[in-house]
Design a protein around this ligand. Structure first.
Ligand code: HPA
Length: 284
């Protein structure tokens, strides 16, 4: 259930830990959420300050052991950026409100753009294992919403539009940046299940028929909460395994993390050129 007071308390604690409201570290322009195996992107921040989730009121720990569980605020080519390194998930028993607490706290710090990343299984048979996918859209198959219950009007409208969740201009910039760097970037639809079990062959076939290109267990609720608050969003999946109904292979967390780390290096390279370009559209 919505609790604006908890979000404000959490954002206030984060601002304090980053040096107070007048500190540039507490006034980021761009936020990033790094999923499984993607922690490396945060290492590129200059003058980085980190705040452990454990020091923030109500903040759930990052569950999967590949996640660091902290915010890192710093500068990237002079642009103030905050990175949420790790996230909690529905499958750990957390509520949609808890899953979106990081997103909403970063919005309270004043970010205007949010880059969401995750590890996913590829449903599109043309994708290779390790493929990097730009999210063109999503399907919320979690059966839940972070907007259930009372609407916080200060955050956004009761019935927020979802016709363009992932910002069209950001997508164009991402595709252009990939092309310039010789990075193959797929563009497709991400579907989120609540997890934690992976998909059966019949579920995989059904999700593909629904129009999904990749399947995972995160991102969609955060994207809904961020759109509700008016943030411009960009999303990336690293397709750590192929998830094809007629040749299902067993998948382990170790394999997913190893592939995500490999894809994460490419994604870091892409984000390096992309973040300044995203920021330049925000300054207009
Ligand atoms: N299914 C769901 N989530 C995932 C997968 C998958 O195949 N791979 C990585 N996260």
């Amino acid at each position: 259930m919505q609790n604006p007071e908890k979000v404000q308390n959490c954002a206030d604690a984060l601002i304090d830990a980053l040096g107070g409201a007048s500190s540039p570290h507490a006034r980021p322009l761009v936020g990033l959420v790094l999923g499984t195996g993607l922690g490396g992107v945060a290492d590129k921040l200059v003058d980085a300050r980190s705040v452990s989730f454990a020091t923030l009121p109500f903040f759930p720990p990052a569950g999967v052991n590949s996640h660091a569980g902290r915010f890192v605020s710093g500068f990237f080519h002079g642009i103030p950026v905050i990175v949420q390194q790790g996230r909690c998930h529905l499958y750990e028993g957390y509520s949609p409100f808890e899953v979106c607490l990081g997103t909403r706290s970063m919005a309270k710090l004043g970010i205007k753009a949010l880059v969401l990343t995750n590890a996913a299984g590829a449903l599109n048979p043309r994708y290779d294992a390790g493929a990097l996918m730009l999210l063109a859209d999503h399907i919320n198959a979690t059966g839940m919403s972070p907007l259930t219950g009372f609407n916080c009007d200060e955050w956004g409208p009761r019935f927020p539009d979802m016709s363009a969740v992932y910002d069209a201009e950001f997508q164009t910039l991402a595709l252009d940046e990939a092309l310039k760097n010789g990075i193959r970037l797929e563009k497709g639809v991400y579907l989120s299940t609540p997890g934690p079990q992976l998909e059966t062959p019949a579920e995989t076939r059904a999700f593909r028929l629904m129009g999904a290109d990749a399947v995972g267990m995160s991102t969609v609720l955060e994207a809904i909460a961020a759109r509700h608050m008016g943030l411009r969003i960009l999303g990336f999946s690293i397709c750590s395994n192929k998830n094809l109904p007629d040749c299902m292979a067993e998948t382990s967390l170790e394999e997913i993390i190893a592939m995500a780390q490999k894809g994460g290096e490419t994604l870091s390279r892409l984000l390096g050129g992309l973040i300044p370009r995203l920021a330049s559209t925000l300054a207009r």
